[in-house]
Ligand binder design. Structure first.
Ligand code: IYR
Length: 228
């Protein structure tokens, strides 16, 4: 191994029973998470968003370049501008602009189970939109030049940790991916080497929020795992 500086690493050692109990307990909490499309305008403390972003920022990533940026949109004007641009893309996607839909029939068929359409009022109602950017370049110093590695993998893991932390804080989230998303770079004043990956909509669900029954169908362990 190359000569490099190290620091000690240790973890609290748990008895097997405790380890199993903790894993199951977090599993059960995460099982309650749902992707929510009905947000109230009830406020959320900024501190929760900050802590969740700090949690996301601990994600494993390529060469520790931490190739992510989280643009937190809270101003009503900015949210309105993002909603308008996102809905314009979605109308083209669903074909509700009168032209042929950009989405294939198969894709639109898969979405029938979710009941989604081009209307995205939650982009204005929810207190926060976290626009997640993947830094294709920049390194740890964000110089815009240094090569980054495993960017999509790194930012994807960070998003999972962000969403898990927000769920633990009692908040609802929606991962929203208008396509194409280029307009978000300009809206959030980010540099050209950053690629918008998704919007994580954050807030409280409305009192009458629902989720599609389809979302409750989870593949069992026997299907999603194999043991070799
Ligand atoms: N971006 C669109 C379409 C959409 C696509 C998938 I795959 C989803 O799981 C949900 C929606 C929209 O937000 O409506």
């Amino acid at each position: 191994m190359q000569d490099h500086e190290t620091v000690p690493y240790s973890l609290e050692s748990l008895a097997d029973d405790e380890s199993i109990a903790r894993a199951r307990s977090l599993r059960d909490r995460l099982k309650e998470r749902r992707t929510c499309r009905y947000f109230s305008d009830a406020p959320v403390p900024r501190e929760v968003i900050e802590a969740a972003i700090e949690a996301a920022g601990t994600a494993p990533n390529g060469a520790n370049h931490q190739p992510w940026h989280f643009a937190v949109v809270e101003s009503a004007e900015k949210k309105q501008a993002i909603r308008q641009a996102a809905e314009a893309e979605e109308r083209r996607f669903y074909g509700s602009d009168g032209a042929d839909p950009k989405a294939s029939d198969e894709w639109l068929g898969a979405l029938k189970q979710l009941g989604t359409d081009a209307d995205k009022p939650f982009l204005e109602t929810a207190p926060y939109l976290i626009v997640v950017f993947a830094q294709r370049k920049g390194g740890i110093d964000e110089d815009g030049k240094t090569q980054n590695y495993y960017v999509n993998e790194s930012v994807g893991i960070a998003c999972g940790m962000l969403i898990a932390t927000l769920h633990e804080a009692g908040l609802a989230t929606l991962t929203h991916t208008p396509s194409p998303m280029g307009f978000l770079r300009e809206a959030c004043e980010r540099p050209e080497w950053e690629k918008p990956l998704m919007i994580v909509v954050v807030g409280h669900p409305t009192d009458d929020a629902t989720v599609p029954a389809h979302a409750l169908k989870k593949k069992p362990l026997s299907q999603i795992s194999s043991w070799l």
